[in-house]
Design a protein around this ligand. Structure first.
Ligand SMILES: CC(C)(COP(=O)(O)OP(=O)(O)OC[C@H]1O[C@@H](n2cnc3c(N)ncnc32)[C@H](O)[C@@H]1OP(=O)(O)O)[C@@H](O)C(=O)NCCC(=O)NCCS
Length: 199
C-alpha cells in the first residue's frame, strides 16, 4: 500500500507534482516570499528559476515513486487554482510520519490547510507500520499550531532551542501528534525501585 497520486476532499484536490506544474508553482512561491520565509527554511533561497523548480519537481516525483516522501500540491476543486503545498515525510521516530504544509497568503483563513492535513493524516495512518502522524512546527508559528489542533493533533513535546541558523537565535520546535495517545510530554512516573533508591 502506498500514497495515492491524487486525493479529493470536500473542497480540495491534493495531487502529486507534475513537471508541467512548474510555472504555476513558481508563480505561487514568488508571490508569497515574505509569507513563506518566516517559517519555511527552503523559502529563504527563493526565488528560483523555472529550470530549478522543474528539477525540484523531478526530485519530488522520484521520491514519491520510491515511497520515501510524498509531496502534493493543494488545488481547488477541478484544479482551477493552486492554493499551496503539503507533504508527508518519514520521521526519525519509528512508527511515525510527519506532515508539513503551506498556503499562499490569499488562501489562508478558510480552513484549507486543516482540510488537507486531515485527509493526508488519514491516509498516513493506514500505511503499514505507522501508528502516529506528527506535525513539527516552530514554537512561534501559531497558525501552524492552529492547523495541528483543528486537525485533531495533540501537543506532545517541545524541543527547546535546537535549530541553529546563521544570524538568528536558536529556534524551539513544538511536536504535535495524531492520535496523540502517547504521553511523551510528561516525564514518566518513577517505578517502585527507582522511588526506593532515588534513581
Ligand atoms: C500554516 C498555514 C498553512 C496556516 O494557514 P491557516 O489559514 O491559518 O489554516 P487553515 O487553512 O486551516 O485555516 C484556518 C483558519 O480559517 C478559519 N476557517 C474558516 N473556514 C473554515 C473551515 N471551513 N474549516 C476550518 N477553518 C476555517 C479558521 O477559523 C482559522 O482561522 P483563525 O486562525 O482565525 O481561527 C499558513 O499560515 C501558512 O502557509 N504559513 C506559512 C508556511 C508555514 O508556516 N507552514 C507551516 C510549517 S509547519
Amino acid at each position: 500500500m502506498s500514497f495515492p497520486p491524487s486525493i479529493k476532499t470536500p473542497r480540495l484536490v491534493l495531487r502529486a507534482h507534475r513537471r508541467t506544474d512548474a510555472p504555476l508553482l513558481k508563480a505561487a512561491i514568488d508571490a508569497n516570499l515574505d509569507h513563506l520565509r518566516a517559517f519555511m527554511p527552503w523559502a529563504k533561497k527563493e526565488p528560483s528559476s523555472l529550470q530549478v523548480i522543474e528539477q525540484r519537481i523531478e526530485k519530488f516525483d522520484q521520491r514519491f515513486r520510491a515511497d520515501s516522501e510524498w509531496g502534493y500540491l493543494i488545488f481547488s476543486e477541478g484544479e482551477k487554482m493552486l492554493y499551496g503545498g503539503i507533504g508527508v515525510h518519514r520521521s526519525t521516530e519509528k512508527g511515525a510520519l510527519s506532515i508539513g504544509f503551506w498556503l499562499g497568503k490569499d488562501w489562508t483563513k478558510q480552513g484549507y490547510a486543516t482540510e488537507a492535513t486531515i485527509a493526508l493524516r488519514d491516509v498516513a495512518m493506514k500505511m503499514p507500520g505507522i501508528d502516529r502522524v506528527q506535525i513539527n512546527c516552530d514554537a512561534r508559528n501559531t497558525t501552524s499550531a492552529g492547523v495541528a489542533r483543528r486537525a485533531g493533533f495533540k501537543h506532545v513535546n517541545t524541543i527547546e532551542k535546537h535549530v541553529f541558523e546563521p544570524g538568528e537565535p536558536p529556534r524551539t520546535t513544538t511536536v504535535w501528534e495524531y492520535p496523540g495517545t502517547r504521553d511523551v510530554a510528561k516525564p514518566k512516573k518513577k517505578g517502585f525501585w527507582a522511588r526506593l533508591f532515588g534513581g
